[in-house]
Design a protein around this ligand. Sequence first.
Ligand SMILES: CC(C)(COP(=O)(O)OP(=O)(O)OC[C@H]1O[C@@H](n2cnc3c(N)ncnc32)[C@H](O)[C@@H]1OP(=O)(O)O)[C@@H](O)C(=O)NCCC(=O)NCCS
Length: 200
Amino acid sequence: MPEFDIPATTPDAMPIRIWVMPHSRVTQKDDVHTRLAIALGCTPQTLPLTRDVHGRPRLGVPYMDYDLNWSHSGDLLLLALGKRVRLGIDVEKLRDQPRALDLARRFFHPSEADQLQRSGNITRDFFRFWCAKEAILKAHGRGIAFGLNRVIFTLETPEETPHLLECDTALGQPDDWNLHLWRPCADYFAMLAWRQHTGH
Ligand SMILES: CC(C)(COP(=O)(O)OP(=O)(O)OC[C@H]1O[C@@H](n2cnc3c(N)ncnc32)[C@H](O)[C@@H]1OP(=O)(O)O)[C@@H](O)C(=O)NCCC(=O)NCCS
């Protein structure tokens, strides 16, 4: 089972641990609980994992300095755990999306839909936008219900990771956020979004 660390972005921060696992609806809960319990030094039975009113998983006492999130698509489940950060993760299996442009016109910011229209690879670029938006909105905690158009990205960057241009003030400033897009397997995109966070 591959696991790796995303390096810390400030000297006092800890790296973020990522697990890439096969996704099974039957064993998902046990798999997630087991990984977290080993990492945190407790047992799956005593792991204080709860959900808030928006359905976001949270860790309780004595792990309230930690944040976690997971995402599944196709055959993959990605789990992220970090300390003194607020994080969100999204994984998407790339698949034909004949309505990509319609969806973007309806739910994305107009500048993003315009970029998609100019794209030479609409499927790839739709999922680049989608992963970026979902990961940051999951980190914020309300998920996509908060509004996909309230975070505005550009793909016009030398990196494959989209660049956050603007976000709703509830998410802070764009520069507060770290973003990392990668391909955990062929035909998948994964995105981690995180920012420093010291409160509960
Ligand atoms: C919940 C949501 C993020 C799921 O998106 P998705 O692409 O289907 O799923 P992903 O695989 O990327 O993520 C699912 C995981 O995100 C987590 N999650 C759920 N709600 C979340 C939230 N508000 N914020 C962050 N993470 C959340 C859960 O761990 C969930 O795992 P589960 O399906 O095993 O419970 C998306 O539907 C959403 O943003 N909905 C709006 C919030 C909402 O409706 N919450 C439920 C009402 S209580």
